[in-house]
Design a protein around this ligand. Structure first.
Ligand code: TYD
Length: 142
């Protein structure tokens, strides 16, 4: 799936409720590509040791689909499709935020010790990024 501004707007982004196997020995949550997220998972990365006051993100992807999960602690994700912005607070490891392509995102308000896990539909490719907000807006208008 490639970036298409008319298909990919904020209405496609949503909180996904993941399975939770509650157990007195400790809870377990799992994610299956194509089942709990609308893409096959090709990459996993995580942000950790984020200093207080830092923000991450500040870019959009042309074709990448992602699921963002607060594995530990909490942080905020602001999504922006060029017309509308929406802020989500993530603070549970059994919820994920699905982010479709062509959405500008900023992550901030990281709590101390928080870990942000990202499941992605493709391997790292710098050519898939918009790192300049005006270029992103221009691409959205196309
Ligand atoms: P970036 O995606 O800008 O991080 P964030 O959105 O969390 O602020 O990536 C930061 C740097 O890490 C950048 O130089 C690219 C590199 N990187 C990889 O090499 N592989 C990856 O999978 C990711 C996500 C980033």
């Amino acid at each position: 799936m490639s970036g298409n501004a008319s298909t990919f707007d904020l209405t496609a982004c949503r909180i996904v409720s993941l399975p939770k196997i509650a157990d007195p020995r400790g809870n377990l949550t799992f994610v299956e590509g194509g089942e709990h997220v609308p893409f096959e998972i090709r990459r996993v990365y995580y942000l950790y040791d984020v200093p207080g006051g830092s923000s991450r993100g500040g870019h959009a992807h042309k074709a990448l689909h992602q699921l963002i999960i607060a594995m530990s602690g909490s942080f905020d994700v602001e999504l922006d499709d060029g017309c509308r912005k929406q802020r989500f607070q993530l603070n549970r490891s059994y919820y994920g935020l699905y982010v479709c392509p062509m959405i500008w995102r900023e992550l901030d308000n990281f709590s101390s010790g928080s870990v942000c896990l990202v499941l992605a539909s493709n391997r790292y490719d710098e050519a898939d990024y918009y790192r300049n907000y005006d270029e992103f807006l221009t691409a959205r208008e196309r």
